[in-house]
Design a binder for this molecule. Structure first.
Ligand SMILES: [Mg+2]
Length: 126
């Protein structure tokens, strides 16, 4: 986005609503809104998940915090994570969904499904 340097160093929390609004404006001013059907956005999202996966492909297990990664590798990871997030937010928006609220609701459902007392027994998370 053309104002990326303006936002890059802003040390605040970024809301899903802000991302949603910026993405809508980004698409609108470029005439891309017509291409942003749910299906097209989903396929773009899957493509970006593939790009994200390539970063980890063949590396074996990676330590938390990425202690042995170069700054370029970390920047690349930030970019691909962002691509995934941005398409996810845009997909939810064009579907007319409140992704933030849906995610909070899902956390509550997950907490009911996986009570704290059972955490030692449960080895999978969905
Ligand atoms: Mg990408």
């Amino acid at each position: 986005m053309e104002k990326s340097s303006e936002y890059a160093k802003k040390p605040n929390d970024v809301s899903l609503q802000e991302l949603r609004d910026r993405l809508a404006e980004f698409a609108e001013v470029r005439g891309w809104d017509q291409y942003h059907s749910p299906r097209n956005l989903l396929l773009a999202l899957v493509g970006e998940v593939g790009e994200l996966s390539e970063i980890f492909q063949w590396k074996g297990e990676v330590a938390r915090g990425l202690p042995n990664w170069t700054s370029d590798d970390k920047e690349h990871l930030e970019e691909e994570l962002s691509d995934v997030l941005l398409y996810l937010v845009r997909l939810a928006d064009v579907c007319g969904l409140d992704l933030g609220q849906a995610a909070l609701t899902k956390i509550v459902k997950n907490a009911r499904k996986y009570p704290v007392a059972n955490q030692q027994k449960s080895s999978t998370y969905h």
